[in-house]
Every structure is written in structure tokens, then in C-alpha cells.
Design a protein around this ligand. Structure first.
Ligand code: C2E
Ligand code: MG
Ligand code: MG
Length: 278
């Protein structure tokens, strides 16, 4: 890929949002106890005509630095809601999670805006999860009001990337989360490293002690998945289950793969059963 300066990325991103050139992909999350597909996470993608695929974390950071983040958040929300409606028309009613930058959460009217958009598009707020990552410049403990309003509107609230960066225990005590996502750096090491394993176990216990669901992100292999299931981790997401999918591909994935996940996870011994994947 050719490289762009950050100012160029910002200008092009603004245009891409206005021209509706970005798109979302969706990664399934499964319930490790039952194997049910409990939701999907929407992840933004940008294929630039000249520069090719642009790294998502990088362009989100640019959007934050260049004041484009609110229009990006709005674009993501509307795309995700419309995709939910399209799936619903095909008989698939599934929780959809999307990432919201802590910077966008400074806007106290955001919960109302989310609620109004859900009403207008016909999406029940119970089908929406807001995933929050604490940013370097915006500490979420200051966002108690906004986050509480999001919960009161019926949406679920997920603390993303727990255990890294700025996310702190203080947040867990003060903020009305419903789900805690264990950062993939711990999940991916938990077979090889005793320390990572202990951290994952402790975070699952911590989540449960606080009445939250524990979700492991970035699960890349069946051994890790089996370990997480035995540990009592509630949900998992990662390449071992599915790479992020185009919206139109999800219904087919559900038809083909959901029964297999139920067969793998539904064993009363709480062990992951390996069944053929085709
Ligand atoms: P995140 O929300 O923690 O998303 C998880 C990232 O891990 C995604 O990268 C996903 O594609 C990747 N992933 C999923 N399963 C696996 C796995 O098994 N192994 C590995 N190695 N990676 C896996 P992606 O899509 O590049 O997104 C990176 C970050 O960018 C996200 O982290 C999120 O913080 C941010 N982001 C993505 N989409 C949006 C968006 O629409 N809005 C905002 N504000 N941020 C977004
Ligand atoms: Mg996320
Ligand atoms: Mg994450």
C-alpha cells in the first residue's frame, strides 16, 4: 500500500464518509455454554481507491485527532441499524454491537440520538450494544451520565479491550457496564503463558462477581476456546469462530455454522466437542 500523510487520511476520510465509501463487516459472538450465536460486532472498513485498504485502528485514531469522529460514529450507527433491519427481514434477529469512541460519548445528547435513530429505523434498543474503549484523552469515568443514559434507553454497554491501555478498575466500580471484553493480547497467550491464563481467569471471576458477562475477543484456535469454556467465560469471538463477514454473508454463515457451534458447545460436561466443520 502507498502511504498517506495523516492530514491526507483525514481529508480523504471525511470525503469517504460523505460519499458513503466505507463499509462495515460483522464478526459473530457465540455463547460458550450453549453455542448460540448471541450477536455480532460491527467493524469499519475502508478500501481507498488509490491507497488500498486502510488500517481501521489507524483511521479511527485520525478521525479522533481531526474532529471527524462524531460524523464517523453517526455513519457507523446508521449503517449498523440498516443492516439489522435487512437481517431482520430475512428472519435473523440478532444483537448488533458497534464501537463508539470515548470522544463521541462526551456529547450528552448521544443517547437520545441513538434512541431516536433506533426508533426511526425500527430497531429495538435491546438489540444494540455499545462497545467503549477508554481513550488516551477521554477518561470514561467522566462520562457516567452519558453511559447511564445509554443503559436506561435499553442498550447494552460493553467495556472493550479490558486490561490494556487506559481501562481501569475504577471504571468497573462506577460505570453501568453489562459486558467486559477481555483484551485479545491475554486471550491469545492464555495457552502458552501461565500469567496470561491467570489474568484471563481472574478477569472472568471479576466480571461474574460484578454481575457482568465476560467475553473473550481474538480467540484464534480451538484449544483456547475449550480452555475459555471450561473456565466459565460466557462468550467468545475470534477467527476460530469466524473472521468478520460482509453483512450479506451472515445469514448463510448462520445457517451453515450455528448448528455446529451448538453441537460443539452444548455438551453437558462443559467440554468443547470437536465436530466436523463442514
Ligand atoms: P476492537 O473493537 O477491539 O475489535 C477487535 C479487532 O480484532 C478487530 O480489528 C477485529 O477484526 C480483530 N480480530 C477479531 N478476531 C480476531 C482474532 O481472532 N485474531 C486477531 N488477531 N484479530 C482479531 P479491526 O477491525 O482492525 O479494528 C481494530 C479496532 O478499531 C477495534 O478494536 C476498534 O477499537 C476500532 N474500530 C473498528 N471499527 C470501529 C468503528 O466502527 N468505530 C470505532 N469508534 N472504532 C472502531
Ligand atoms: Mg470492539
Ligand atoms: Mg477489543
Amino acid at each position: 500500500m502507498l502511504s498517506m500523510t495523516e492530514t491526507k487520511i483525514a481529508t480523504e476520510l471525511q470525503l469517504a464518509i460523505e460519499r458513503d465509501e466505507l463499509f462495515l463487516v460483522y464478526q459473530p459472538k457465540i455463547d460458550l455454554r450453549t453455542g448460540d450465536v448471541v450477536g455480532v460486532e460491527a467493524l469499519a472498513r475502508w478500501e481507498h481507491a488509490e491507497f488500498g485498504s486502510v488500517d481501521t485502528a489507524a483511521f479511527v485514531a485520525t478521525a479522533e485527532r481531526f474532529g471527524i469522529i462524531d460524523s464517523f460514529t453517526e455513519w457507523v450507527l446508521l449503517k449498523a441499524l440498516r443492516q439489522w433491519v435487512a437481517w431482520c427481514e430475512q428472519g435473523i434477529k440478532i444483537n448488533i454491537a458497534f464501537n463508539v469512541s470515548a470522544l463521541s460519548l462526551r456529547d450528552v445528547f448521544l443517547p437520545d440520538f441513538l434512541h431516536k435513530c433506533c426508533q426511526r429505523e425500527g430497531v429495538p434498543t435491546e438489540c444494540i450494544t455499545v462497545e467503549v474503549t477508554e481513550g488516551a484523552t477521554q477518561h470514561v469515568v467522566k462520562l457516567l451520565d452519558t453511559l447511564t443514559r445509554i443503559r436506561l434507553k435499553g442498550m447494552a454497554l460493553s467495556l472493550d479491550d479490558f486490561g490494556t491501555g487506559y481501562s481501569s478498575l475504577l471504571q468497573l466500580r462506577q460505570l453501568p457496564y453489562s459486558e467486559l471484553k477481555i483484551d485479545q493480547c491475554f486471550v491469545q497467550e492464555c495457552i502458552a503463558s501461565r500469567e496470561a491464563r491467570l489474568i484471563v481467569q481472574s478477569v472472568v471471576n471479576l466480571a461474574h462477581g460484578l454481575g457482568l458477562a465476560a467475553t473473550a475477543e481474538g480467540v484464534e484456535d480451538m484449544e483456547t476456546l475449550a480452555f475459555l469454556k471450561e473456565l466459565g467465560c460466557d462468550r467468545a469471538q475470534g477467527f476460530a469462530i469466524s473472521h468478520p463477514l460482509q453483512g450479506a454473508a451472515l445469514p448463510d454463515w448462520i445457517v451453515r455454522c450455528a448448528p455446529q457451534w451448538r453441537a460443539r458447545c452444548g455438551d453437558p460436561s462443559n467440554k468443547l466437542r470437536l465436530v466436523s466443520s463442514n
